[in-house]
Design a protein around this ligand. Sequence first.
Ligand SMILES: CC(=O)SCCNC(=O)CCNC(=O)[C@H](O)C(C)(C)COP(=O)(O)OP(=O)(O)OC[C@H]1O[C@@H](n2cnc3c(N)ncnc32)[C@H](O)[C@@H]1OP(=O)(O)O
Ligand SMILES: CC(C)C(=O)C(=O)O
Length: 554
Amino acid sequence: MKNANKYQRGYFLPPTCEMKWMQKDYIDKAPIWCSVDLRDGNQSLIIPMSLEEKVEFFKLLVKVGFKEIEVGFPAASETEYTFLRTLIEQNLIPDDVTIQVLTQSREHIIKKTFEALKGAKSAVVHLYNSTSVAQREQVFKKSKEEIIEIAVSGAKLLNQYAAETDGNFKFEYSPESFTGTEMEFALDICNAVLDVWKPTPDNKVIINLPVTVSMSMPHVYANQVEFMCDNLKYRENVIVSLHPHNDRGCAVADSEMGLLAGADRIEGTLFGNGERTGNVDIITLGLNMYSHGVDPELDFSNLPEITELYERVTRMHVYERQPYSGQLVFAAFSGSHQDAIAKGMKWREEKNCDTWTVPYLPLDPKDVGRVYETDVIRINSQSGKGGIGYLMEQNFGYDLPPKMREDFGYAVKSVSDHLHKELMPDEVLGIFQKEYVNVNAPINLIDYHFNRNGDVKVDLTIEYNGETKSLHGKGNGRLDAVSNAIKENLSIQYTNLTYKEHALQEGSGAQAVAYVGITTPDGKTVWGAGIHDDIIAASIQALFSAINRMEKQG
Ligand SMILES: CC(=O)SCCNC(=O)CCNC(=O)[C@H](O)C(C)(C)COP(=O)(O)OP(=O)(O)OC[C@H]1O[C@@H](n2cnc3c(N)ncnc32)[C@H](O)[C@@H]1OP(=O)(O)O
Ligand SMILES: CC(C)C(=O)C(=O)O
């Protein structure tokens, strides 16, 4: 990239960086969450949401558990205004939820905002103006004092309009483009606004420090937040809020480090929707906490339902690898991952574990509404015996012997490789049934009778290459007797018979499955399976399947 010198390190470190936040290694309690889906999320959509869509999304946010929801920029458009009026007039705002509205520091916009708020029991009125060097120079063409004056005059107007309007109003101020602002100036402008609002324990003020555009690595932002937290006036009556955007892909890290550095509140969106690369994804932040054992106080136990509604009303798509919510984020296609997951799951079951330690899965997919059967082990040509065996056991109840898993694993991989596609669980089962189960040519079982007098003796009726034959054999067990009858009468050779059986389903209609492995004269093991209501018949079928497969393979 030959133009790197076009860019400079355009971020502002505070005059002091104590980095106390570095001593902490996790976030020990949920912050105050504020959803800005209906404002920042909405203002960045190709087609902003309709009134009905906003109402539906608002209800979802309430259901998830947000207690603060920025519902829009009521002075922006008729839909925004009508949406707020609808929430108020149709009494859609639960008592424990506070709505928030955004306004520029311009009188006609503030006036319209308060008009839209009439009848609201409570609301946060969020005032912003840009404070960055770039915006001061290029957009506002104003000095620092003049920029402070925009903020202070707006703050005074909020006092005035709030006093003239019924309702319980809290105030929020954002030095927009905070990360492009000199920290001393950001502090001065916030303190000037706080001097107008004079927060008290009963009337706290929110100071929001947005990463309007991300310009630095997360530790720089953490130092900026720590500096503000340590130096803001009225700190005990100020709620420090963060609003990170994701331009450098660091919005989650910015938020987490900012919380360690002393912030109390997070503004973000579901799935990180928002301007450009988006806002911070609150689902990721919340579930990051959850997977550290901390309750995020938001309910993400049904992410598929949340995803469906979000995709429908925003017309956005949740990326397949979006943390926690993407279609593929719990999926393991590759053999060694599948093997470790299958063993980890078994370990959990056997040890009755309380804590979650399954390899490759940072969180139990069930906790967010995903299902092991279809979301975790997925089969393609990269898969292995561990995963394929696990799938057969979990989905269909077949507990194949370890060596047979390997054989079946290669059969399944080969089909996937040749078709060049993922195989669904039913297709995997289909391969098993077609390749291994009750294979009945050239030998087909017709009837059998055993009697025991010392050795076990068998009278066997079979079809061999279409011809009915009666065979007799004896051995030290039933399967041994059948095997000897075949070997002695049909000159078919093999050794080392391996056998396993189990019931297939619970209950009266239960079937049994038997698995048999035999070693061919050239040392290869060939497997077969038999399924029957009767376990003896299942085991003979399994043996015949193995022999028939050996004969076919030549
Ligand atoms: C980082 C963020 O996401 S901030 C939120 C951004 N969201 C939005 O802008 C969506 C909603 N906005 C809108 O619908 C419109 O911008 C409105 C209705 C608010 C205002 O519309 P208009 O006045 O027609 O246009 P516009 O926003 O371009 O106004 C720009 C003027 O406002 C000034 N301005 C911009 N922001 C602010 C502010 N926060 N406080 C005071 N003045 C401001 C600009 O300096 C400019 O002044 P000028 O007329 O002297 O050049
Ligand atoms: C209004 C402010 C908080 C904002 O949306 C931003 O800075 O991104």
